[in-house]
Design a protein around this ligand. Structure first.
Ligand code: MG
Length: 400
């Protein structure tokens, strides 16, 4: 194998980007149940099956990063090198990542990719590598469909560049490793900051950089609308739609609160059960297990097992979701219904819905929570307990 066939991908994810809203950095925000960075890394590991990967992360995010890679396949983890810590600017982060690769085992070719682009295809990565071998430095680009205007500070148009001469560029940007490392070192030594992509660094030292064909689907996720678009796209790629049902009932016992959907609700009694007796989460868990034909909650978490005494029922839900994700599937919707006279659910309905959405890592508009009484009929009507029904809709990849 020639040295240029040896490929590493540097995934730049050290930013603090705020355009996706406040809170955790966007690369760790859940996208269809998994952090965005997890999607990017697993896509690259699959699309470049021999490449080594190294992420550049913010030092404050080490725990979030470790959690994000915990679900990757063991075989894939072998190709994921320890992360490097980034710097203040993207340019610093890339240089520090390249220096870390140089210290460990420098590759022939390096692709530098945004952590917020989870959809790069195998074809795009192959084109990137070929272009780096041919040209030394190359970036994926797309022709523009809009006309571009250059404006001054007053937003007055000063020029209209010819559209045919323009490209909007993406990542992965592809380089002979030694070339781009030397360029970054030289820029850093010269105090040349503000080069917003790696092509600009190579250009600054005078290298010719070429554009190869990019991909419209290789979108960068920047704001909350992008998250919604990406989520819808991921769901579309899972065409095997299945549903499962769940039912549960728990009797009242002396106590002063009940757990419903992970929400603590004050009441003059509690629900009897081995775990926290969260009747709604139990029904939802069974519905998810049903949708993937993976038995039932009692089989996975037998009430006879002392380790589930007083357990938070979110554990059971998480285990069912893990089974779904292990098959490459995603939860698309939950429709849940409580049946009982008291406590009145109305005041807690929104909190219950938000709690379920959070526990299941899906958007709130994919969760419905309803409640009804049983018109004073039967055991539920006599306030002897609460029952719950749930239907889960899941989406799976087509089987092979
Ligand atoms: Mg139960």
């Amino acid at each position: 194998m020639s040295r240029t066939a040896d490929l590493a991908i540097l995934v730049v994810a050290a930013g603090r980007g705020s355009r996706a809203g406040p809170g955790i950095p966007k690369q760790y925000r859940p996208l269809a149940g998994k952090p965005l960075i997890t999607w990017t890394l697993s896509t690259l590991l699959k699309a470049a099956p021999t490449a080594r990967l190294k992420a550049v992360i913010h030092a404050d995010d080490l725990n979030a990063y470790r959690a994000a890679i915990a679900d990757l396949k063991t075989a894939d983890l072998a190709r994921l090198l320890p992360p490097a810590f980034g710097g203040e600017l993207r340019q610093d982060s890339v240089r520090l990542g390249l220096e870390a690769l140089a210290q460990e085992d420098p590759p022939g070719i390096v692709l530098i990719h945004d952590g917020a682009r989870p959809f790069a295809s195998a074809e795009l990565l192959a084109r990137a590598r070929d272009a780096a071998v041919r040209h030394g430095a190359a970036v994926p680009g797309l022709p523009l469909t809009d006309t571009v205007k250059q404006v001054d500070a007053a937003a007055r148009i000063v020029a209209t560049p010819r559209r045919e001469t323009l490209r909007s560029v993406q990542t992965p940007q592809a380089f002979v490793f030694d070339l781009i490392l030397a360029a970054h070192r030289k820029a850093a030594q010269a105090g040349q900051t503000g080069l917003t992509d790696d092509a600009a660094v190579a250009e600054w030292v005078g290298h010719a950089v070429y554009v190869f064909e990019g991909e419209r689907d290789n979108m960068k996720i920047t704001d909350t609308q992008d998250f919604a678009r990406a989520e819808a796209r991921l769901l579309r790629e899972l065409p095997d739609v299945r549903t499962g049902q769940g039912f549960d009932i728990h009797a009242f016992a002396p106590g002063d609160l009940v757990f419903i959907g992970g929400v603590k609700i004050p009441h003059d009694r509690s629900l009897l059960g081995h775990s926290d007796a969260d009747v709604l989460l139990h029904a939802i868990t069974d519905a998810i297990l049903g949708a993937i034909s993976e038995g039932d909650i009692g089989g996975h978490f037998p009430p006879s097992d002392p380790q589930w005494r007083g357990a938070a029922s979110s554990i059971f839900l998480a285990a069912a979701l893990d089974k779904l994700r292990a098959r490459g599937g995603m939860l698309a919707h939950i429709d849940a219904m409580l049946i009982g006279e008291r406590p009145k659910i109305g005041p807690y309905r929104d909190a219950i819905r938000a709690s379920i959405a959070k526990l299941a890592d899906i958007a709130e508009d994919r969760v419905a929570v309803k409640a009804t009484t049983s018109e004073r009929l039967g055991a539920l009507g006599r306030e002897e307990g609460i029952a719950a029904l749930a239907i889960a809709t899941v989406r799976l990849p087509l089987g092979d």
